[in-house]
Design a protein around this ligand. Structure first.
Ligand code: SF4
Length: 264
């Protein structure tokens, strides 16, 4: 049985209204991941429409995967959802992916970054940006293709992390060949879904809101598999997701007013 909720969110790019079906019983955290990502994508679509109406274009196209060399952060619920997704793939697909993940692990270990990725994922308190930035830069400098990338296309498209869905640019595509040195213009993101899911998970489990680097996400989810079996009422999970979205949106409105000089 599912219960339908009519959701309305005011975003800086317009009003988002949509219906969401949530199971009435107890559900694991992974069950709320798809709908949370969908809300993020609908908010992102409003931003796309806003910039197109302003005469800009989105440069991202199928087959362009320049950004798939970055260190992608996942929330714990997304890491669990990814493990579930990979677990239900046909054996040959799963084996292929696991082999590629193994190759990535070997390479990242050789470069001395593997333990640092694990330290971020297992940190007892949120890792500050000053600590994350050098790690992100060191990883990106290696230009390691994402283990889920095949022929410059995402092989887990429907299960890809929220952070991958949120990165769209209006600057020329060729600038994405070096996302650190070049003046790339990303589409504004008013609600970071991985952060929102991370906050929800943190409050449900009394743990710090953690971000898990994609290359280690399956291993992390396996280590924490016990936690992923817990369940909560579906409506209560949705409430927590929406509460955090409102907080992010409120901050996004403030940020944009400040950026436009309408607020100190
Ligand atoms: S998960 Fe897919 S979209 Fe995200 S970085 Fe990997 S290949 Fe690219």
């Amino acid at each position: 049985m599912v219960e339908r909720f009519e959701v309305a969110l005011n975003t800086p790019a317009g009003r988002l209204t949509t219906a969401i079906d949530v199971p009435t019983g107890f559900i694991p955290i992974t069950a709320i991941v798809p709908v949370t990502r969908r809300l993020g994508e609908e908010a992102s679509q409003l931003e796309v429409q806003r910039v197109i109406a302003a005469g800009q274009t989105i440069s991202c196209r199928m087959g362009c995967a320049a950004c798939c060399r970055m260190l992608v952060p996942l929330s714990a619920p997304e890491a669990f959802a990814l493990r579930e997704y990979v677990g239900q793939l046909p054996t040959d697909r799963r084996t292929l992916l696991l082999n590629r993940l193994g190759d990535t692990k070997d390479r990242v270990k050789r470069e001395g970054l593997w333990d640092r990725l694990n330290d971020v994922a297992e940190a007892a308190r949120p890792v500050p940006d000053e600590q994350l930035d050098p790690l992100n830069r060191a990883y990106y400098a290696l230009r390691i293709p994402c283990p889920y990338l095949e022929n410059e296309m995402c092989s887990i498209y429907e299960a890809r992390p929220a952070a991958c869905r949120e990165l769209l640019v209006t600057s020329p595509a060729e600038l994405c060949q070096d996302l650190v040195q070049n003046p790339v213009t990303p589409l504004p993101v008013s609600m970071r879904i991985s952060s929102i899911l991370g906050l929800v998970w943190g409050s449900l489990t009394n743990s710090p809101p953690r971000l898990i680097p994609l290359p280690i996400a399956l291993e992390w989810a396996e280590r924490h598999e016990e936690e992923s079996r817990r369940t909560w009422p579906g409506s209560s999970l949705l409430d927590q997701v929406l509460d955090n979205m409102w907080r992010f949106l409120s901050q996004a409105f403030t940020n944009r007013r400040r950026a436009s000089g309408k607020e100190p």
